[in-house]
Design a protein around this ligand. Structure first.
Ligand code: GFB
Length: 344
């Protein structure tokens, strides 16, 4: 990849794609080609074919995907399986057919078995059953990894895949129905603080452990791999440390200034108990995360405060599937009628 190469970042408006664009620009890669979802629907094979045949990007970062938190994943299995399969099949195939020099695909730490030995090594893939709440998304991502390896094996196509842990940062989705836990907690605590509420509802038991990586660090890893890694074997990207949801909630409460009670809603799923990644492989290539969790949450909270006015409220009757695509905001989920547990 040189500074004049035409680089296509698919999904440049999303959390990961926007961070990759920021990282590329900082490193002097300015010949970028970017298309919004409205301009190019990556689920449509003929639209993707036409885009690649006209522009023939040399380097492709495939950061476009249907993503969401635990509730979105378990509520919309069709979108998570079908849309991700379609997007990745179209982009992988067109990248190869129109002569891209290299393609980078993003999997996820949730593709590993639910009870994989911790920290999770890349070799754990497909060794036992998946976590049911995100099996649809995981199956699509596993198919994407296999597709990349198949093109590598059959055509010698330089196709590489990285497995990020749970990501967060500027541009995240703060919609309380569809977001991941970290942006959801930022929003819940901010809103509770603003409304003078004394309680914030946290889903599940608070005991699951999660690893959180600031998205600009992931972008640096993606660019490093694009430049220096050419193997079909997948590469984990995480920070090497994890926290319980309770620990995370206390930290976000402190950063946002919320001093009320955390109330646990046991009617919501916990998901997998733990998914800490083994990062020996990427560490051997010289990559380290630069942003600690506290600093990353502070930066993300700052972004949220500066940009929350841009986040459109969806109509009250918006169907759940339409919320998946956007940055829209909704009311907090109701407390379990069974009565939540009090944590502090
Ligand atoms: O981030 P999250 O939605 O997804 O949830 P996963 C992580 C944990 O936080 C779960 C708890 O135990 C949730 O029950 N949690 C507590 C909350 N309060 C909240 C809240 O207000 N919102 C949310 N969303 N969670 C995802 C997969 O799993 O991981 C995706 O579903 C993807 O496919 C992503 O792979 C990285 O970490 O459980």
């Amino acid at each position: 990849m040189n500074k004049q190469s035409l680089i296509y970042v698919a999904g440049h408006k999303g959390l990961v794609g926007s961070a990759i664009v920021r990282g590329l620009r900082v490193q002097g890669y300015t010949n970028l080609i970017l298309r919004s979802r409205a301009e190019l629907d990556l689920r449509d094979p003929s639209a993707v074919d036409s885009f690649f045949s006209h522009h023939r990007p040399a380097w492709v970062f495939l950061a476009a995907a249907k993503v969401g938190g635990i509730l979105a994943n378990s509520t919309c299995p069709v979108e998570f399986l079908r849309d991700n399969l379609n997007i990745q099949n179209n982009v992988i195939d067109a990248s190869h057919r129109y002569g891209a020099q290299k393609l980078l695909f993003l999997g996820s730490s949730c593709i590993y078995p639910k009870f994989a030995p911790q920290p999770i090594r890349e070799e754990s893939l497909l060794t036992s059953e998946l976590e049911p709440t995100n099996q649809w998304y995981a199956i699509a991502k596993i198919a994407g990894i296999k597709m990349m390896q198949a093109y590598h094996q059959q055509f010698g196509f330089n196709a590489i895949s990285l497995m990020p842990t749970n990501l967060y940062g500027p541009g995240d989705n703060f919609d309380l129905h569809t977001s991941h836990v970290l942006p959801a907690l930022i929003r819940k605590f901010h809103d509770a603080q603003a409304a003078g509420q004394r309680q914030v509802i946290i889903w599940g038991s608070g005991t699951p452990r999660r690893e959180f990586l600031y998205v600009d660090d992931l972008a640096d890893a993606a660019i490093l791999l694009m430049l220096n890694y050419h193997q079909p074997a997948i590469v984990n990207v995480g920070c090497g440390e994890d926290w319980t949801i309770l620990q995370l909630a206390k930290l976000v409460a402190e950063i946002t200034g919320f001093r009320g009670d955390l109330v646990f809603d046991a009617s919501k799923p916990d998901g997998t108990p733990r998914k800490l990644l083994d990062i020996s492989r990427i560490s051997a290539l010289g990559w380290r995360p630069r942003t600690g969790l506290r600093e990353g949450i502070e930066l993300t909270y700052q972004w949220y405060r500066e940009n929350r006015w841009k986040i459109a409220e969806p109509p009250a009757d918006a169907p759940f599937e339409t919320l998946l695509g956007g940055r829209s905001a909704t009311e907090p989920a109701a407390v379990s009628p069974a009565g939540p547990d009090r944590a502090r």
